[in-house]
Design a protein around this ligand. Structure first.
Ligand code: HEC
Length: 310
């Protein structure tokens, strides 16, 4: 038997490496480190209008592709021509480095590699749209009838409720253009958020679908309130003090598909509480007390569930 064809067959059977997912892997990095300065014109606390820096907005797919005052920020397939990538690579004291010197945390090596890989793969945003300038009001089409029951039954959050959450330093955005569903995350100041503030999310229960509480100071008590946000599909609790007792509350979140418990105090008992959440597809358990064997058993107990433990 010839060896070469067999070898080729084996190669063909290898799964292709997963493409970088903008929504889950890159957007959180941009939201945290860049969007504060590169977002829609807004008023600062003194009432002064603040324009996006370098006329570049990074809070929407179309806006990222539009580029800034120096032209393209992203050239699909070409990291060398993509200033978005080039600027984060500059030495920390370079005058053009992003975020500017002393104005935020630089991308780690792994994160910059991720951004580079995403550009090489064609800079696809997948289903992520973020914000856009929108067509003029008169041309605005009515929101498309959403096929999924989650958006269909969603109620637009009261402006005052959204504003109250923004006052806590959160970024409150639609999960997709024209969607009534909301995403809440902290670009900065996450460490100021404690259980006390979590109750302010309750008025958003009709529309809150994605919630990033990573690096906040919440404890198990907050998860009792979060359990009353039935539309949550995406929840990030990375690097918080939550434990098994808190996770036990989450069994009401039957729409949850992404749950990040990386660097928390959870153990195997948490997995028992998560068993009824049949829509879970991704669970992160790195740096927890969950044992690899229980993680593996759990992964097999829900169809298409991917559990990451290391
Ligand atoms: C503290 C505010 C601040 C933060 C945070 C910040 N930027 Fe900037 N950015 C600026 C300013 C000011 C300019 C315009 C001056 C210049 O070109 O250096 C700019 C310009 C840019 C440009 C060039 C736009 C153009 O066409 O002129 C890119 C690309 C960019 N930033 C990317 C980023 C990325 C990526 C991040 C996050 C890692 C980031 N920025 C974070 C303030 C900021």
């Amino acid at each position: 038997m010839k060896l070469a064809p067999l070898f080729l067959l084996c190669l063909a059977a290898l799964p292709a490496p997963a493409a970088v997912n903008f929504r889950t892997q890159l957007w959180p990095l941009l939201a945290k480190n860049c969007v504060d300065c590169h977002r829609a014109p807004h008023k600062d606390p003194s009432g002064k209008l603040v324009e996006p820096k370098g006329r570049l907005r990074l809070d929407g797919a179309a806006l990222i592709l539009k580029g800034g005052s120096e032209g393209d920020a992203v050239v699909a397939g070409d990291p060398d021509k993509s200033s978005l990538y080039q600027r984060i690579l500059l030495p920390p004291d370079h005058e053009d480095v992003m975020p500017p010197k002393g104005k935020g945390k630089m991308f780690s090596f792994d994160d910059s590699e991720l951004l580079k890989q995403w550009i090489i793969e064609g800079a696809s945003f997948g289903d992520w749209k973020g914000l856009d300038d929108g067509p003029p009001a008169a041309l605005k089409k009515p929101a498309p009838k959403a096929a999924d029951p989650l958006s269909a039954g969603a109620t637009a959050a009261p402006e005052a409720a959204k504003e109250a959450v923004r006052q806590l330093g959160a970024l409150v955005t639609p999960v997709m253009a024209d969607s009534p569903l909301l995403r809440v995350e902290w670009i900065s100041g996450a460490s100021q958020i404690t259980d006390l503030q979590i109750d302010l999310l309750a008025p958003l229960a009709g529309s809150l679908a994605e919630l990033d509480l990573s690096d906040t100071k919440i404890t198990d008590a907050a998860l009792a309130s979060i359990a009353k946000l039935p539309r949550l599909t995406w929840l990030n609790l990375n690097n918080t003090a939550v434990s098994d007792a808190g996770v036990a509350h989450l069994k009401t979140l039957t729409n949850l598909s992404y749950l990040n418990l990386h660097s928390t105090n959870v153990s195997d008992a948490a997995l028992t509480s998560l068993a009824p959440l049949r829509k879970l597809r991704q669970v992160y358990l790195w740096k927890t007390r969950v044992t690899p064997s229980q993680a593996a058993t759990f992964a097999k107990s829900i169809p298409d569930l991917k559990v990451t433990i290391d």
